[in-house]
Design a protein around this ligand. Structure first.
Ligand code: FES
Length: 242
C-alpha cells in the first residue's frame, strides 16, 4: 500500500476542486464538498480532458467538454456519462491531503478473492515499472516469462508483423492483467505486441515465481487458476489473444 501527499487542504475552497500531477504517475482531482474531500482520476474517462476545468455544484461533477456527469460521493456515472470515475482512497491529516493506493493486485480480476497473505507474497515478487508512451513491453515471438498487471496508463495490443498488423484491443483499467501466458506450463511465446499508448505504470511478475507461491497457497492457487481460465476464454474470442 502506497501513501502519497497530494496537496494542502487549504488549497481547495469549499465546493472547489483542483487537479494535481502526482508521483503515482496519474493526474489526481481533489474535490472539497465543504464537509468532505474526495479524490478521483484527474482526466475525463471520455477524452482525457482535465476535469478541474469542468463544473462542480456541490454534489455533481460535470465535464465541460461533452457534459458527462458523476456523483461526487461515489464516482458513479450520472445522466449521459458512460463510465464511472476511478476513485482513490483519501486521507486528510494535519491539514494535508494524501492518496492511499491499494496494490493493483487487490483489484485485479485474476487475483480477486485471494487471501491477503498470498497477495502480500505476490506483491513482494512484483517489480513496479514506469514506461513512457510508445514503449514496447514485449513483441511477438518474445519468451512469455512475465505477467503484467496495469496500475495506470493505457496499453495496446497488436498482432501480425511489419505492415500486416491489426489491433487486438487495449487495457486501461487498474488491475487489468496481460501477458498471462507466463502462467502456462509450456512457456509459450508472445503472440501479440504490447505497447504503451501513454505513460503507464505496471507491476511485472515472473510467471514461475508466481506459480511457486500458488503451489504453496492452495486456496490462492485454486482461485487464480479458476479466474485464469475465465480470462483465457474471454481473450480467445476473435479480438483477444494477448
Ligand atoms: S471529454 Fe469529458 S465528456 Fe467528453
Amino acid at each position: 500500500m502506497n501513501r502519497t501527499r497530494i496537496c494542502s487542504a487549504s488549497e481547495i475552497p469549499p465546493n472547489g476542486m483542483k487537479s494535481y500531477d502526482t508521483d503515482i504517475g496519474v493526474k489526481v482531482l481533489v474535490v472539497n464538498t465543504g464537509d468532505t474531500f474526495y479524490a478521483y482520476q484527474g482526466l475525463c474517462p471520455h477524452q482525457d480532458v482535465c476535469l478541474d476545468e469542468g463544473f462542480f455544484d456541490g454534489s455533481v461533477l460535470t465535464c465541460h467538454q461533452h457534459l458527462w456527469q458523476w456523483d461526487i460521493t461515489t464516482g458513479e456515472a450520472v445522466g449521459l456519462a458512460e463510465a464511472p470515475l476511478e476513485r482513490y482512497d483519501l486521507q486528510h491529516e494535519g491539514g494535508e491531503i494524501f492518496v492511499v493506493q491499494a496494490s493493483a493486485l487487490k483489484v485485479s480480476e485474476l487475483f480477486k478473492g485471494v487471501p491477503d497473505a498470498a497477495i502480500t507474497r505476490l506483491d513482494g515478487l512484483a517489480r513496479r515499472e514506469e514506461h513512457d508512451a510508445q514503449s514496447t513491453l514485449y513483441s511477438m515471438g518474445d519468451p512469455a516469462d512475465d505477467l503484467y498487471v496495469l496500475e495506470s496508463g493505457r496499453v495496446e495490443f497488436v498482432i501480425g508483423r511489419d505492415d500486416r498488423t491489426s489491433m487486438a484491443g487495449f487495457m486501461l483499467k487498474k488491475g487489468e492483467v496481460f501477458g498471462w501466458a507466463a502462467l502456462l506450463e509450456d512457456h509459450p511465446k508472445r503472440i501479440a505486441k504490447a505497447e504503451c499508448l501513454e505513460k503507464s505504470s505496471v507491476l511485472r511478475l515472473n510467471g514461475e515465481e508466481v506459480l511457486k507461491v500458488l503451489a504453496e497457497e492452495p486456496m490462492a492457487g485454486y482461485l487464480v487458476m479458476k479466474q485464469l481460465s475465465t480470462l483465457i476464454t474471454k481473450h480467445l474470442r476473435p479480438s483477444g489473444g494477448k
